[in-house]
Design a protein around this ligand. Structure first.
Ligand SMILES: [Cu+2]
Length: 123
């Protein structure tokens, strides 16, 4: 019986340590109004430049940026601000006007296409 108790104690410890680690890793989804593959690269790069962001994946179909970050180091607002800075509306944060003005027309949803890049807007 003593041995079983020990195993349970160790298991409980491991479980507690795991859930503690999970507290720091947060998931979030924010809407970002990008258009193409070029936008995707910019959006993800901006999000990942924020300290504490582990993964940032933007989906062109759903317009959702899926984040995995350490909540001790950053938060959704900070990440949104970093994305807004490169010219896109991100969650509650509006795009930086100057950065947006520099985006290709198609990346602003105004039609047209990038020149010869299949990663860019083509539709
Ligand atoms: Cu684009």
């Amino acid at each position: 019986m003593k041995k079983a108790f020990r195993v349970i104690t160790v298991a409980a410890f491991i479980f507690a340590a795991m859930s503690f680690a999970n507290v720091e890793a947060k998931d979030a989804k924010i809407k970002v109004n990008g258009v193409c593959g070029m936008c995707k690269t910019k959006i993800e790069k901006a999000a990942k430049s924020v300290k504490g962001v582990k993964t940032a994946v933007w989906n062109a179909n759903t317009k959702e940026l899926t984040l995995d970050y350490n909540e001790k180091l950053t938060n959704v607002k900070k990440i949104s601000q970093a994305v807004a800075k490169v010219g896109y509306d991100a969650g509650e944060i509006k795009a930086d006007k100057d950065a947006r003005a520099k985006l290709p027309a198609c990346c602003k949803g105004e039609g047209g296409s990038h020149h010869g890049t299949d990663k860019g807007c083509s539709k």
